[in-house]
Design a protein around this ligand. Structure first.
Ligand code: BGC
Length: 759
């Protein structure tokens, strides 16, 4: 950085527009020094209030946003006046092009310094075209797919004037009670890193200055998903090791991929709320990771320092959050109210204020907002545009790739599209479109999702009369006469497709559940239908790993369909009728019972591991009433073709630290149609100065294998895979025995062992 040089230049150049600066400065100062000069020039001229304004962000005026509590309420007149006087940096979730255009014009033409606004939004799984929820999409184990859907979302959202998304959420979630797991990436840091990288790339595109690029915001920093008891907003009680080994790596990956903003979390860790935690926001982000972007608080998270019992009042809350490293305040208005006075009184150094403003202005500049503030604001509004068939096709592709088949006894699926078979589609999700999209589908102009009944009907075409549709029960309550009608429909059919699960409002923010089972009304429906003896295919709509029991657990076929977005019905029909061979794998473990959570595969061995061969042994790490295995483990999923793993070979069984080892495995498709298999590599060091999990995912590859064919899959294993944090929290590789698995899931596979040596 050439701040001083730039400041001198700034005096000379402050009156000029940016293109003029770029043309007149020496080449060595272009473009970054010219940009710095522009920024320093602005900072030199800004009042304290204008500086605090650049650090204050709000939701739209006059609108009750459904996804947030009412707070910091403002009317439209106030909003316009705030823009004119430079009291805000931008707005979020303010749908509608007309309003954004008007406010941007006020900002650039009528405010004293003409600093453009930034418009942000929760573009989590699509903007106009709604894709599967992020956890669903993580089930594809195809980060490249997530990159494509994030790109499509950015193309649509930028055309509506949004240049900043509050995504990706990269919180690791190991407790299925937590309602927000479905916004994220599941339980595993390695898989999460791949998706974090892909989504940042997708949103930001090749260059942030492109008109269709959106600034990405990994959130919520940090360990928000570690909420005790799975209760949203609750305290995260965890060691620094777990924080660093499990919760931080996806953030690091997102920043390495170029994300230039980070959202602080609502939680507290070890007595310090994350939004006021200097060790996290300055120590980790700035000092260790050299993060150059800005930190925005979560919605009123700075003000909530008072309720946390950390700040005595609003002024102190502003000071604590800001000094810890939260550069921008969302919604509370605390920064505009208190930062000017805190700086004037000397409690907050001017240098800290300038640094935060500099970070924000730099990002605005990188986004090209200074060059072309009206970009994206002059086209027809998104809700007047026709659907993009390419994105709709992508939505169907990503939805069917997000489906995980857990069992399929006796090859019950795929069903035949033609022939005499009668199908009874039963359940609260069978008809209608409510509860299929996923929780972050906020913006106008979205098409209704394709219902499950609609999808199956379309696939059956002229034979649609073979399908009957019966609701049977509401999501959380019985439907009068519902079970009787459903049982009659089942009796009259050859196969039952049972569309059951959780409604959209049962997961998401502030929607934790103490019981992760199916609501009783639906369990009763499932039991009654199963009692007819008809074969049952369960379609599970869900926002979390669920504890399945009774007739649902025992159904012959189970498909996990999460919330799949706008093409739900077609994607499900593609799998049910075999036009698509399901290839999803679980990004979260499904426990045996709700009482096992938090449940995740990468747990520690303990001093008394329960022996696999004798799970009930006393004085071992076990429950009296459940085994320790998952019902369906992380990484698990099946398709319509069977696959065999064999011939795992290591290039050496003694590996010197610093060298690499090759492992090759043969995977054979023993079925009759093409398979897509996710071949997973897990490692576990037997003994180390810091104990290691029973196994950890280190790599994977999704491969297509023709029927009867074999593929040889090769991975290399080196220091990056073998290192862990030593007792001093620094990466270390230690000699010792290492187990390696090539596996179709975290609970299976072929094991090999090698010895890691000093030389
Ligand atoms: C959520 C964030 C979201 C923000 C703005 C908060 O309640 O935790 O994830 O980005 O609201 O809508």
């Amino acid at each position: 950085m050439h701040v001083r040089k730039a400041a001198v230049l700034a005096l000379v150049l402050s009156a000029l527009s940016l293109p003029a600066i770029a043309a007149s400065v020496p080449k060595s100062l272009q473009p970054s020094d010219a940009a710095e000069a522009r920024i320093e020039s602005l900072i030199a001229r800004m009042t304290l209030q204008e500086k605090a304004g650049q650090l204050s962000l709000y939701g739209p005026a006059d609108i009750n946003t459904p996804n947030n509590p009412q707070a910091g309420w403002r009317n439209g007149l106030q909003e316009t006046e705030d823009v004119r006087t430079g009291r805000l940096t931008g707005l979020f979730n303010n749908a509608g092009l007309e309003g954004k255009r008007r406010l941007q014009q006020v900002a650039v033409r009528e405010s004293r310094l003409g600093i453009p606004l930034i418009f942000g939004a929760d573009v989590i799984h699509g903007f106009r075209t709604i894709f599967p929820m992020p956890l669903a999409e993580a089930s594809s184990w195809e980060p490249a797919l997530a990159e494509r859907t994030a790109r499509a979302a950015a193309v649509e959202a930028t055309a509506d004037g949004f240049r900043w998304t509050f995504a990706p959420m990269v919180d690791i979630a190991r407790d299925a009670r937590w309602g927000r797991g479905l916004e994220g990436v599941g339980e595993d840091p390695y898989l999460a890193r791949q998706f974090a990288t892909a989504r940042v790339r997708g949103f930001q595109g090749s260059n942030l200055a492109n008109a269709d690029s959106m600034l990405a915001t990994p959130k919520h920093f940090a360990a928000y998903g570690a909420a005790e008891g799975g209760l949203d907003y609750n305290t995260s009680e965890l060691s620094e090791r777990t924080l660093r080994e499990v919760y931080l790596p996806p953030f690091r990956a997102a920043l390495d991929a170029g994300a230039l903003s980070v959202m602080s979390a609502f939680n507290e860790i070890g007595g310090v709320p994350s939004t006021a935690n200097p060790a996290l926001l300055t120590g980790v982000l700035r000092d260790e990771w050299k993060f150059k972007g800005f930190v925005v608080s979560d919605y009123t998270a700075d003000e909530e320092l008072i309720e946390h019992g950390h700040a005595a009042n609003a002024r102190e809350a502003a000071k604590l959050a800001f000094m810890a490293g939260t550069d921008m305040s969302m919604q509370s208005g605390l920064y505009i109210r208190h930062l000017p006075d805190l700086v004037a009184s000397g409690e907050v150094p001017m240098a800290r204020l300038d640094e935060a403003v500099r970070r924000v202005l730099r990002v605005k500049l990188k986004l090209g907002l200074f060059d072309d503030p009206m970009r994206g604001l002059d086209g027809p509004p998104a809700d007047q545009r026709v659907e993009n068939p390419e994105f709709i096709a992508l939505a169907r592709e990503s939805a069917r790739r997000s489906i995980v088949m857990l069992k399929n006894e006796g090859q019950l699926l795929p069903l035949a599209k033609t022939g005499p078979q009668k199908i009874a589609l039963i359940g609260p999700f069978a008809e209608g479109t409510k509860d299929l999209m996923g929780s972050w589908s906020l913006f106008p102009g979205q098409s209704a999702p394709v219902g499950i009944d609609e999808g199956l009907h379309a696939a059956l075409g002229t034979e649609a009369s073979r399908l009957t549709v019966t609701r049977g029960a509401n999501v959380e309550s019985p439907l009068p006469g519902g079970i009787e009608t459903a049982v009659a429909a089942a009796r009259d059919a050859d196969v039952v497709v049972l569309a059951i699960g959780e409604s959209q409002k049962m997961s998401g923010e502030s929607r934790s559940r103490s019981d992760i089972g199916l609501p009783q009304a639906q369990q009763d429906l499932a039991e009654a239908v199963a009692a007819t003896g008809k074969p049952v295919v369960v379609l599970l709509s869900n926002g979390r790993a669920m504890a399945l029991k009774g007739a649902v657990r025992d159904a012959r076929t189970i498909l996990v369909t999460w919330f799949l977005g706008v093409q739900t019905g077609h994607a499900i029909a593609d799998v049910v009728f075999g036009d698509f061979n399901p290839s999803g794998r679980l990004p979260v473990s499904f426990p045996q019972t709700a009482g096992q959570v938090p449940y995740y595969y990468a747990h520690k061995r303990t001093g008394r591991p329960s022996p696999e061969s004798a799970p009930g042994t006393a004085f071992k790490t076990r429950y009296l009433d459940a085994t320790n295995e998952a019902l369906y483990p992380f990484g698990f999923g099946i398709g319509y073709a069977s696959v065999r793993y064999d011939q795992v070979e290591l290039s050496t069984d003694r590996l010197a630290i610093g060298n690499t080892l090759r492992v090759r495995a043969t995977v054979t498709n023993t079925g009759t149609r093409e398979a897509e298999e996710v071949v997973q590599l897990y490692l576990a060091q037997r003994a180390a100065s810091v104990t290691r999990p029973v196994r950890e995912l280190k790599n994977f590859r999704k491969v297509r294998i023709a029927p009867g064919a074999s593929e040889v899959i090769e991975f290399t294993v080196g220091n990056d895979d073998l290192q862990f944090l030593g007792r001093d929290m620094k990466p270390v590789v230690e000699p010792g025995e290492v187990d390696l698995w090539i596996a179709p899931s975290a609970a299976d596979g072929i094991r090999k062992r090698f010895v890691l040596t000093r030389e």
